[in-house]
Design a protein around this ligand. Structure first.
Ligand code: FES
Ligand code: FES
Length: 1199
């Protein structure tokens, strides 16, 4: 670098003489400044956690340009003379929070908070730019940004907790500019560090095209699936780009198309295309004649975008008719052939055809579709549906009336994709402030970026950094590990492996309830992704790079082949044992039930894949050696106690030498349970060995490969049923892929059967095997087993409905439990009869969501729309949760402030907020008139395994209520101690305040600290949760895209401890369920190595994939004797309700298959299985890959 690099961060000037050119802006801000707002979520431009605002000044025209950038992709050297603003720079606890921070906090739009600073910056950038436009000035306090624009501003930001709805609500009332917030400029995922980088922004000729999707250099160099390259190819030009879908001149048409997993495009396309046609006026027969045409296709599995020249030549000079189009399509099929091994290759070819068809559809008079000719029978606006393919359809007879009853139905057709929602809550004031929707504790700090996560703790002096080297083979001897020299070899320090376990210690990475597992493979690796050791270096980047370049020598001599399927596991009897106390019980007599059946379906199959946690903060720990063989470990974990025990075992020291501290976790969902322990242990081992602090923050790819996820499984069922849909017997065989170690897989059979029991099957039996395979260990993920069990139940119902040609929802209703059958299936957990709220809830939901009216409207819609089909479904949930013993400790300090410790960990679920409310309520009881508001006096502090013991595991949806109960009991002890003192003081001096009482208690040596270990009564350790959801979807038959038009969800939360927090849990869980059912494709290669290993290949829901209309009602089902202040759990059960979207999609596909029954085969309309996830290729394949050709062939016959 010739001269100094000068820039500012939040107004602080930096002048650097020497900079490693590979340093990113994110790394600099996080390690060399005091700011921590930008977070590292992916390091590859795919999550938005690191977004900051960059301001540049142009000295000639004196203009300041401001835009958001992904600081993880931006090289520090590229920001010379720029100013950077992070979320702390907008506002903070010292100078006051920015209104954006306040909105995020006030709208409960921050749960774990890890995504929040990036979200705030994306929105701020959009607001700033919108306000610079010449749009009319808005009223005071408002911005010029539109709602639709604000939604698009965060379309590139991922949030795994909230489900986006509260974020969208928080950013409404403002307006914005049309570009995605996460900029694509910067460095792409590199596999090495270089000593020279060229900033293309410095070469104006190379940066003419910059604000669109894609990158020409990467398209050229890395066969990147660039949209821009395809567009340029079609345009036949290298300079002038036109806005998509614009007619350039009267007779020149230009259109672009792309099909990608996310509607707003924050995903690589399956296929993109751009068409430029010069047409002459209509010939005598009324057709348009093509004078010239360019047809460009890209991203379909070719190295570069291509022109379909054969097709172009064929079309030139022709008038476009159905038969000409059919001819063009036949030629196109010969042209668009994806390379070998391209996933979904048939789907991609069919998309290319679909795009060509879409382009010509409006130009060909033969293709006037039936829907276009339908006249509205009523001019009522409410009775009109304008589909997005331009079809205006009307309703027959009384449908207009029904449509007008359906609130906001037409909103879904809004091209701006604005979300709407409604939340209905019945408050309970009995235990104020418990039950109030108070703001989440620390939400503003989270938004401003000041909240401290493990990686935000400043690195101690002499800190080193570690990165895992993992196996890429499923079963092999490890012969050695070599490290390539990097550009900065001196920065790689050493390698820590199994040989470094200290004397007296054990090679253990997890010591849990069900068993132990190795920390590092020693001489034999047993799965791809198994840790072999950690590379230690002077920076996290150098450690990760060195680990990536590790060359592991494998040898498979004398080894059996690995077990890479559950069927293999069965053949080789490779199973884990389920402890007897967790073995679920059968219900009824299966043979008798089968004998009663009129019909039987035998040996039907369902397969379910895995799901990755995708917490925004990856696994991380910081270990600091202390005197006398002690060690302090900061860990992002849901189970500090297990981490403590495991570390002690590994190091061969007593547990009291190990202090594990967890303040907050940037998203857990089960993944920070047992799977966090090997990370903390490896870190502790390295620190112990090297006698220096060691920190690890896994890169996203390593995290995705090593951490496992939800259990995949193969299911086989046989069901007997009556002709009216009543099921009499169900038997299920399930092979669960548990991976190489047991982790907590022992709970899966119990959880699956519990969820399966949601319907009255008459008799239920099962055989569930936990298969030990050479895949990475699978662990508990939100709704572990319950999600799959519930889905199997829905699959059986749908199958029976198909068999009987009945509506699936009426079969559901027929098999819903009565209270008596509920008692039989859920012995001991069903509660009293009034607690069974599900049937009433379903009726209420069906009525409030106009279910039956919409069913008819959808039928009509489907009858007059050929290429778009809708479906609707109503799914219930019955979900059993278990309460576990939990500790709590409440201490009052001399100034009257209150400090609380609980066993539970704040993972974003609002545990601290509920505990705070409970403390204020329980201690406030000393004043029966409620005059002392203690809420602001309470602080919940980090979990510390040497301060509060027996903390257990934060899991299973019940930790918040259990922690609340432990705290309530501790408070009761304090209340008992203070009561008589208060009385005597009041007798002497009249009414007194909290402060006076505490200072007097201190003077009289009252013990102001109390702790409890709450153990729930045996008879009430488990209870049932109920809810239901109705979802409506629209499927694009041409592309397979599914839009979730609307979801209405009702959930019995008892007397909610905090309705705002519970709403957040419900919506967030539901959207995570959408990910599982609709878009998260978890793929492995033939060695079992995860290949969906980053944000580019694994697609969790974004703001544009959630229901366009999302209404949630919290039912307050009143007093429950045995619940904690009558509350119920909310963290997991609503997740399974997302299967309503899958079921609705199936209904839409049925409609498509009926429409194109000649393409899908006779009688096949309803007898198909819809895979999970129901991605675009899956849906399109079921709708018919060749329905365009079939349709044109039919038309051509009549020409
Ligand atoms: S960390 Fe930069 S976009 Fe994910
Ligand atoms: S709050 Fe968005 S990821 Fe947790």
């Amino acid at each position: 670098m010739a001269s100094k690099l000068v820039f500012a961060v939040n107004g602080e000037r930096f002048e650097l003489a020497e900079v490693d050119p590979s340093t990113t802006l994110l790394e600099f801000v996080r390690t060399q400044t005091r700011f921590r707002g930008p977070k590292l979520g992916c390091g590859e431009g795919g999550c938005g956690a690191c977004v900051v605002l960059l301001s540049t000044y142009h000295p000639v025209n004196e203009q300041v340009k401001e835009f958001s950038i992904s600081s993880c992709l931006t090289l520090l050297c590229s920001i010379n003379f720029c100013s950077v603003t992070t979320s702390e720079g907008l506002g903070n606890s010292e100078d006051g929070f920015h209104p954006i921070h306040q909105r995020f906090a006030g709208f409960h739009a921050s749960q774990c908070g890890f995504c929040t600073p990036g979200m705030c910056m994306s929105l701020f950038s959009a607001l700033t730019n919108a306000d610079k436009t010449s749009r009319p000035e808005p009223p005071g306090g408002f911005s010029k940004i539109t709602k639709g624009e604000a939604e698009k501003a965060i379309a590139g930001n991922l949030c795994r907790c909230t489900g986006y709805r509260p974020i969208v609500d928080g950013i409404k009332m403002q307006r914005f500019v049309d570009y995605l917030s996460v900029s694509g400029s910067g460095v792409y995922k590199e596999n090495d560090l270089y000593d020279k980088y060229i900033d293309l922004k410095g070469i104006p000729q190379l940066s003419v095209i910059r604000r669109d999707r894609g990158n020409l250099i990467m398209a050229q160099r890395s066969q990147f699936a660039s949209d821009v390259a395809t567009i340029l190819l079609a345009a036949g030009s290298t300079i002038c780009l036109q806005t998509a879908s614009e007619r350039l001149e009267a007779n020149i048409l230009f259109e672009t198309y792309r099909a990608a997993p996310r509607p707003l495009g924050n995903a690589i396309a399956y296929v993109n295309s751009a068409f430029l046609a010069h047409v002459t006026s209509y010939n005598i027969s009324g057709d348009l004649v093509i004078h010239n045409i360019h047809l460009a296709f890209g991203a379909y599995g070719s190295e570069h975008a291509v022109r379909a020249r054969k097709v172009e030549n064929f079309l030139v000079g022709k008038s476009v008719t159905a038969s000409v189009l059919l001819g063009a399509i036949k030629l196109l099929k010969e042209t668009i052939i994806p390379n070998e091994h391209t996933p979904h290759s048939k789907y991609r070819s069919s998309l290319a055809i679909a795009f060509l068809f879409k382009f010509f559809q409006p130009l060909v008079k033969d293709l006037s579709l039936p829907e276009k000719n339908i006249q509205m029978s009523n001019s009522s606006a409410a009775a009109t549906i304008e589909t997005s393919n331009g079809c205006i359809s009307g309703f027959a007879d009384d449908l207009p009336h029904k449509a007008s009853n359906v609130k906001q139905l037409d909103q879904v057709n809004n091209p701006d994709l604005i979300l709407s929602s409604e939340q209905t809550v019945e408050f309970c004031k009995d235990y104020h402030p418990v039950g109030d929707p108070i703001q989440k504790t620390g939400a503003e700090f989270q938004a401003s970026g000041e909240a401290i996560y493990v990686d935000d703790i400043p690195s101690p002096k002499y800190c080193l950094y570690g990165a895992f080297v993992y196996s890429r083979r499923p079963l092999a001897h490890i012969k050695g590990i070599k490290f390539k020299s990097t550009s900065s070899p001196q920065k790689a320090f050493t390698f820590i492996g199994a040989d470094d376990i200290p004397k007296g210690g054990q090679n253990v990475g997890l010591s849990g309830t069900f068993g132990t597992e190795y920390l590092f493979a020693h001489s034999l690796t047993e799965c791809a992704g198994q840790p072999l050791g950690i590379v230690i270096a002077e920076t996290q980047r150098h450690a990760s790079m060195a680990a990536k370049q590790a060359d592991v020598q494998y040898c498979t001599e004398n080894l059996e082949p690995p077990i890479l399927s559950v069927e293999d596991a069965v053949r080789r009897s490779s199973f884990f044992k389920v402890p007897p106390f967790l073995c679920p019980q059968k219900v009824g007599d299966l043979s008798k039930g089968m004998a009663e059946a009129d019909h039987k379906i035998l040996s039907a199959e369902v397969k379910l894949g895995s799901q990755y946690y995708f917490y925004m903060e990856t696994q991380t720990a910081l270990a600091i050696p202390d005197e006398d063989n002690c060690i302090l470990v900061y860990s992002s974990t849901q189970c500090p106690e297990i981490a403590q025990g495991t570390i002690a075992k590994c190091l061969g020291i007593p547990a009291h030498n190990v202090r594990v501290i967890t303040r907050r976790v940037g998203g857990g969902f089960g993944g920070k349970g047992p799977r966090s322990v090997p990370v903390a242990t490896a870190c502790a081992l390295a620190a112990f060995r090297l006698r220096r602090p060691v920190r690890m923050y896994l890169d996203r790819k390593t995290d995705m490969i090593m951490t496992g996820g939800r259990h995949p499984m193969h299911i086989n069922y046989s069901v007997g049923f009556k002709s009216d849909g009543k099921i009499t017997a169900l038997h299920v065989d399930i092979l669960v892929n548990a991976g190489i170690t047991i982790d907590v897989s022992g709970i899966i059979p119990h959880n699956m059967v519990s969820a399966l029991k949601k319907y009255n099957w008459g008799a239920l039996s099962f055989d569930i095997k936990l298969c030990k395979t050479n895949f990475s260990t699978k662990s508990a993920m939100r709704g572990p087993g319950e999600l799959q069990g519930s889905f199997i139940a829905e699959s059986v119902i749908e199958h029976v409905a198909s068999f009987l040609s009945m509506d699936a929802n009426s079969v559901r209703k027929k098999n819903l439990h009565t209270y008596d059958s509920l008692m039989l299936f859920y012995e001991g957990s069903a509660g009293d009869a009034p607690e069974y709220t599900l049937p009433a809830m379903i009726d209420e939901l069906a009525s409030s969501a106009s279910y039956f009216d919409r069913l008819e409207i959808i039928r009509h819609f489907n009858s007059c729309n050929k290429w778009r089909k809708r479906g609707i479904s109503l799914v219930p949930v019955v979900y059993q949760v278990v309460l576990r013993p939990t500790p709590g400790k409440v201490s009052v300090l001399t100034d009257g402030s209150i400090v609380v410790e609980v066993g539970g960990i704040e993972i974003g679920q609002g545990l601290w907020t509920k505990v705070k409310q409970m403390t204020a309520f329980a201690l406030g009881q000393l004043w029966v008139d409620g005059s002392q508001n203690l809420l602001d006096r309470v602080r919940i502090i980090q979990a510390d395994t040497l301060s509060l013991v027996q903390g257990g595991l934060t899991a299973g949806s019940t930790t918040s209520e259990a922690s609340c109960e432990a705290v309530r009991l501790s408070c009761n002890v304090l209340v008992d101690r203070l009561k008589s003192l208060k009385q005597s003081l009041e007798d002497k001096i009249g009414s007194i305040s909290w402060d006076t009482l505490i200072s007097q208690a201190n003077m009289q040596s009252v013990n102001l600290s109390a702790s409890t270990y709450w153990v729930p009564e045996y008879a009430s350790t488990s209870y049932l949760n109920f809810g239901a959801a109705i979802s409506e979807v629209e499927v694009d038959v041409l592309t397979g895209a599914t839009i979730i038009l609307r979801t209405d969800l009702i959930y019995d939360c008892g007397q909610s401890l905090n309705p705002a927090v519970d709403l957040g849990q419900i919506e967030g869980a539901f959207v995570q369920g959408i990910g599982f059912f609709m878009c998260e494709e978890h793929l492995e290669n033939s060695d079992g190595l995860v290949i969906s290993d980053g944000t580019w290949t694994y697609k969790i829901p974004t703001v544009d994939t959630i229901p366009r209309q999302f209404n949630v009602k919290l039912l307050n089902s009143g007093h429950h004797e045995k619940r904690v202040l009558s509350s119920k759990a909310s963290g997991e059960p609503p997740l399974v309700l997302a299967s309503s979207i899958h079921s609705a999609t199936r209904e839409a596909i049925i409609a498509a298959r009926m429409e194109f029954s000649s393409a899908t085969g006779p009688d096949s309309s309803t007898s198909f299985r819809l895979e999970v996830p129901a991605t675009m290729p899956v849906v399109k394949e079921l709708c018919g890959l060749d329905n365009v050709e079939k349709y044109l062939e039919n038309l051509s016959v009549f020409q």
